[in-house]
Design a protein around this ligand. Structure first.
Ligand SMILES: Nc1nc2c(ncn2[C@@H]2O[C@H](COP(=O)(O)OP(=O)(O)OP(=O)(O)O)[C@@H](O)[C@H]2O)c(=O)[nH]1
Ligand SMILES: [Mg+2]
Length: 201
């Protein structure tokens, strides 16, 4: 299994003009503000200080690129759904996301981070539908699973899987703090980044 030993921060983009060259393959981590996207990137790469973790929701307003190997990237997207963000900031966010998703050829999959205590929300469903509509892979990490009891965690997992039934969207429990589901998430990433079952990139 890859340990992503050579992962490094590449750049932050505030506009589509600043995106890194659209070559190879990349996987984007998306989700509500504070869902645990940056923490998940740190957990799967095994590099605790790589992506910035914040207690203040909505802090990451840039698209951050991390290089795992030549032409293989992880992308930390700014979170959505944070009510206290000013309308102008939200509008800019929408524009940036729309442009990124519309034109990004190297984007092979969406890892959707959903706080297990909340479950899938309307904007999460919109993201999943977008990914499927454009022929991208998608997988849900039900994050912060350590905050739930076992029964409740399993209930949320089953409900999420039921919602995704009939698609090839996977869902799993995940906890960076509890070290749960990290290897499973890595397996998904490496399958997508290696392009298993698809033509070579
Ligand atoms: N208990 C618990 N807390 C977590 C876990 N993962 C993340 N958190 C906490 O959730 C908060 C938000 O984590 P981030 O990784 O910054 O979330 P984010 O989705 O990147 O947030 P934005 O970039 O602001 O959208 C932090 O206080 C983390 O410590 C987890 O597995 N368990
Ligand atoms: Mg973040």
């Amino acid at each position: 299994m890859s340990t992503y030993a050579n992962v490094k921060f590449l750049t932050s983009a505030a506009s589509v003009g600043q995106l890194v060259a659209d070559t190879g393959r990349e996987v984007a981590f998306a989700g509500r503000s504070n869902a645990g996207k940056s923490t998940a990137i740190n957990a799967v790469t095994g590099r605790s200080g790589l992506a910035r973790v914040s207690r203040t929701p909505g802090r990451t307003q840039l698209i951050n690129f991390f290089e795992l190997a030549t032409d293989r990237r992880l992308v930390d997207l700014p979170g959505y759904g944070f009510a206290k963000v000013p309308a102008a900031v939200r509008d800019r966010w929408h524009e940036l996301m729309r442009d990124y998703f519309a034109r990004r050829e190297s984007l092979v999959g969406l890892l959707l981070i959903v706080d297990a205590r909340r479950g899938l929300g309307e904007l999460d469903r919109a993201m999943l539908n977008w990914a499927l509509g454009r022929g991208r892979r998608a997988h849900v990490l039900l994050s912060k699973a350590d905050k739930l009891g076992r029964q409740e965690a399993i209930r949320v997992l089953r409900a999420t899987q039921a919602e995704c039934a009939g698609t090839d969207i996977g869902a799993q429990l995940f906890s960076a703090h509890g070290r749960q589901g990290i290897d499973a998430a890595r397996d998904v990433l490496s399958q997508w980044l290696e392009g298993e079952g698809e033509g070579a990139a």
